[in-house]
Design a protein around this ligand. Structure first.
Ligand SMILES: C[S@@+](CC[C@H](N)C(=O)[O-])C[C@H]1O[C@@H](n2cnc3c(N)ncnc32)[C@H](O)[C@@H]1O
Length: 184
């Protein structure tokens, strides 16, 4: 498989719509290849992420697994390196080189939780990694982890098949909408 997959545990349709969607958009924008949701099956969430990919480009994948345990075991058996983001882990500053090596050689699964994360996740992971040992958010943890893995290279990534393209400007808002025939 390879690349970077984000596994979002414990999605709750009523409470997590917005934050799960932000997990996916952050994963996509900052250089992950795929998000897999677990918890409650939410077809609306999957469709909304797919729509963003259609408009803004790239090959980012979105899917659902009803069985996160089996999913993690399968990915590990395929050689991928499982990184659980948690405030209880070791500091990302101390393992970032290890993560970059594992990304280059094996591919990564970055696991983020929502409410209480089952203890098996801590045990199944190859490493539990903290973005500070303070409580905050899955979106923030993911953003810092992806940036440390990519060392800033994700910030200038572009998507040839994008329909919407931002023209960066210091003042105002400039967006180009490409016609179908203009898209590669
Ligand atoms: C709002 S927190 C809830 C965690 C939950 N109370 C628990 O003890 O498992 C949701 C997710 O954000 C991520 N997170 C929060 N703080 C973090 C930190 N300091 N470092 C890494 N990840 C963090 C973790 O993935 C966590 O599962």
């Amino acid at each position: 498989m390879g690349g970077i997959t984000v596994l979002r545990l414990g999605h709750r349709i009523k409470r997590d719509q917005r934050i799960s969607s932000h997990v996916a958009l952050t994963a996509r924008a900052l250089g992950a290849d795929e998000v897999v949701f677990s918890g409650e099956y939410d077809p609306g969430l999957i469709a909304s992420v797919a729509k963003v990919v259609e408009r803004w480009g790239g090959g980012f994948k979105v899917s659902y697994t009803p069985e996160w345990r089996r999913f993690l075991e399968e990915r590990r058996s395929q050689g991928e390196y499982v990184v659980h983001l948690t405030m209880y882990g070791v500091g990302i500053q101390d393992v970032e080189e290890e993560l970059r090596r594992a990304y280059a050689e094996r591919g990564l699964v970055l696991v983020v939780g929502s409410s209480k994360v089952p203890i098996e996740v801590y045990e199944l992971a190859d490493v539990n990694v903290a973005v500070t040992n303070q409580p905050h958010s899955e979106v923030a943890a993911l953003a810092v982890a992806l940036d440390r893995i990519h060392q800033g290279r994700e910030l200038t990534k572009t998507y040839p098949d994008a329909r919407n393209i931002i023209q960066p400007s210091r003042l105002g808002k400039l967006r180009k909408a490409k016609k179908k025939e203009e898209i590669n």
